[in-house]
Design a binder for this molecule. Sequence first.
Ligand SMILES: O=C(CO)[C@H](O)[C@H](O)COP(=O)(O)O
Length: 223
Amino acid sequence: MTSQQDNDKKLAAEMAVSMLRNGMTVGLGTGSTARFALHAIAEQRLEIKGVPTSWQTAELARSLGIPLVDINDVPYIDITLDGADEFTPSLDLIKGGGAALLHEKIVAVRSRQLVIMTDASKRVAQLGKFRVPVETIPFAVRYVQDRLAAMGASSSVRHGVLTDEGNAVIDADFGLINDPAALGAQLKAITGVVEHGIFAGMAALVLMGDNGRVERFPQVSGG
Ligand SMILES: O=C(CO)[C@H](O)[C@H](O)COP(=O)(O)O
């Protein structure tokens, strides 16, 4: 990763954090871009309550003094700030590079707004260059890999990785994905699959740092 990439992630994260207000319940994503957001929240002494998407994020939030709340103790989350491994300008995403996809998706569906922060390397015209993470109950790994092969995908198990729920992650290569929502539904229907990393139509906004400036998706025309 170049320092320009890091700088762009930080810029996107800072713009996302500028959307927060005191009193909000905020979903805290996982990964290097989300880390920049947590640091900005702490530096600005924002009085928010965070719902972490992984134990790493919970640890960092605690170390920065950001108060946390259990997702089951809040009726909804105002806004979630998270990263992504790929996004399209129509706001479909692949997430789960950090193996936090299940909690990230639960936090996302509980949120009134999902804001994604990235650098320009994550932007693609069509999803599929990044392999789709498929969180799978360990007992079903071989079966799920066979089903993925029948769907035309080569796959491999992420060795040495277990999710926060103790599940395995299988990375599946479908090539370019024409219909992310349909593929997601197919994956979800496989017995033993807990969740997958396709986030179709869930994000409200993507903030992409690109060479020192931040671009917004969906793009607003005119003005
Ligand atoms: O989905 C994720 C973790 O499961 C991350 O958001 C994704 O991997 C992006 O990470 P980074 O901000 O480090 O590029």
